[in-house]
Design a protein around this ligand. Structure first.
Ligand code: SF4
Length: 360
């Protein structure tokens, strides 16, 4: 491992990379420091770690937000069941048409994301997954539809789903209780993640940066959970308040903290698929580029029909709501080219490596 400079700060960062671990004090320091040289070293070490795993390539995933109905009431979310937002649910033909248009544009991963919508029974969702995989067998299909039973996850996997995103939100049970109503629990969320992994999905967890009640200690718990769970993907983005939610008046998380944590996660899990999220692009005009330069290697342009984009409003002022799929792809390609990276539409599967010994 090359160490940049010889300062004690640089050595501290090199140690995170070597041990693939971080202690609480180092995390506290990295989140608070204004030492630009140390932060440069952090980003550079993380970026070079990503380059070794995936080269100068950034994977594009085509995102389709297919329903904004949700049975849950997470306090931070703009489509929670108590939200006054206008509801929509795409028909199967509309979803397939989005995939078809995405395929023509070159996309080879589709991410089907929605709230926990009871309309999508196992039968309906498995039918949709099978239809996508039959028409485009060379594509990876990622689902992001929340908590379901183990049997349901198994049926969706058997129908052809390859990957599943389910943010854990926070690995601290008390903090989880602050962000969610009592009917939701961290234990259940963790059980779902474990089921997904056991079934054989490529699994993603993640959390918001700067959510109400978050502390260095809860973030430390998040990083330890991520390190031990060893997911294939990690999605983190700044918390952005949505005005109709109970947290509508809370301050947003920052791009700066998100970028520092992206780098730390890259050092903990060198091969992880790590998006520079839309939320990061929303909170800072160069957010996605900065995220990639700090170690991220995925971006997820929106393939949803223009007519419904405004309605999938998890938070306010979401970026790129107005860009057509092709325009969005081209803008992202240009953004990546500007910083020396090639945005590719390939499946971009996780590169396998042995599990850690500390699986939960
Ligand atoms: S975060 Fe997900 S589960 Fe929670 S209310 Fe929003 S869509 Fe539903």
């Amino acid at each position: 491992m090359e160490v940049y400079g010889k300062t004690p700060q640089d050595a501290r960062i090199a140690r995170i990379a070597e041990e693939r671990n971080i202690d609480r004090d180092t995390l506290r320091w990295l989140l608070a420091t204004e030492d630009e040289d140390a932060l440069f070293c952090l980003r550079k070490t993380a970026r070079e770690t990503a380059d070794r795993a995936y080269g100068k390539r950034v994977f594009l995933r085509g995102l389709i937000e297919f329903t904004n109905y949700c049975r849950n009431d997470c306090y931070y979310c703009g489509i929670r069941r108590s939200s006054p937002c206008e509801r929509y649910r795409l028909k199967e033909e509309q979803i397939l048409s989005c995939c078809g248009a995405g395929y023509e544009l070159g996309f080879r991963t589709f991410v089907l994301q929605g709230g926990e919508d009871a309309y999508f029974t196992d039968e309906r969702l498995c039918g949709l997954v099978s239809a996508v995989k039959e028409r485009w067998p060379d594509c990876a299909l990622t689902l992001s539809v929340g908590e379901r039973s183990r049997e349901s996850y198994q049926a969706l996997f058997d129908a052809g789903a390859d990957r599943y995103l389910l943010r854990h939100e926070t690995a601290d049970a008390a903090h989880y209780g602050l962000l969610h109503p009592a009917e939701q629990s961290l234990a259940e969320r963790k059980a779902c993640l474990l089921h997904l992994k056991e079934i054989g999905y490529q699994v993603g967890c993640g959390f918001m940066v700067g959510s109400p009640g978050q502390t260095v200690d809860t973030l430390y718990a998040d990083l330890q959970f991520i390190r031990q769970f060893n997911p294939h993907m990690v999605g983190i983005g700044p918390f952005i308040p949505q005005k109709d939610t109970p947290f509508g008046g809370e301050p947003a998380g920052t791009a700066e903290a998100t970028i520092r944590l992206l780098s730390v996660i890259r050092l903990l899990l060198p091969k992880v698929l790590l998006p520079a999220t839309t939320a990061l692009g929303t909170i800072h005009p160069k957010g996605r580029q900065r995220g990639i330069r700090a170690g991220a290697n995925v971006v997820m342009p929106n393939l949803s029909p223009m007519a419904v984009r405004e309605k999938y409003r998890l938070y306010d002022n979401k970026a790129y709501t107005d860009a057509e799929a092709a325009e969005c792809r081209d803008m992202l390609r240009e953004e990546m080219r500007e910083i020396g990276y090639e945005a590719v539409c390939a499946r971009g599967d996780y590169r396998k490596e042995p599990e850690t010994e500390e699986m939960i």
